[in-house]
Design a protein around this ligand. Structure first.
Ligand code: FES
Length: 94
């Protein structure tokens, strides 16, 4: 499970995700196998813990109570019932 943070979405390898810290907000950013990046709110919708990316299973997981989210933010496993909110990818370069 990935716990480190990066400063730019451009530092994320394909087929990987991590939490990106930008002023005032943390984003859960995933880069797919062809390099397309997508961003979600990094706060679990259950009680607000920061999610982490599971590289082996390609899902976002919450370390607090075990909610799991797909790379599009949809809930795969509770207790969370609401998806992670999608956002424009912060600071991405073409
Ligand atoms: S805060 Fe994430 S599962 Fe509860």
């Amino acid at each position: 499970m990935r716990t480190s943070h990066v400063d730019s979405v451009n530092d994320i390898s394909p087929s990987s995700g991590t939490v990106v810290q930008l002023p005032g907000k943390r984003w859960a950013v995933y880069r797919d196998e062809v390099g397309y990046a997508s961003a979600l709110s990094a706060r679990c919708t259950h009680l607000g813990c920061l999610v982490q990316f599971n590289d082996a299973e390609q899902v976002w997981e919450c370390p607090c109570y075990g909610s799991r989210f797909a790379t599009d933010g949809s809930v795969l496993h509770g207790p969370a019932t609401r998806p992670l909110e999608p956002h424009e990818v912060p600071g991405a370069k073409d």
